[in-house]
Design a protein around this ligand. Sequence first.
Ligand SMILES: [Zn+2]
Length: 79
Amino acid sequence: MIDTTIPTATLASRAALRRVEAGNLAICAHCDQQVKFAAKQNRQQVIANVYVNGKWDRVEHFHEECYELAESPFGPVNA
Ligand SMILES: [Zn+2]
């Protein structure tokens, strides 16, 4: 039935750009550092909804720059 060369983990996965909120405790999936809120910098993070075998599996967080360094593993970012 499955007739695709696209890795199933990326089939329905989506990535979106969001402002980093105060109290954010997410760990970047690329560099393992906390995605920290910084009051003076309007920092952005990438939040990816990861689907495995067509089912929602988890959310992964990335620093905006890390997502690019990781070569956009969950597709282009929706701003
Ligand atoms: Zn990072």
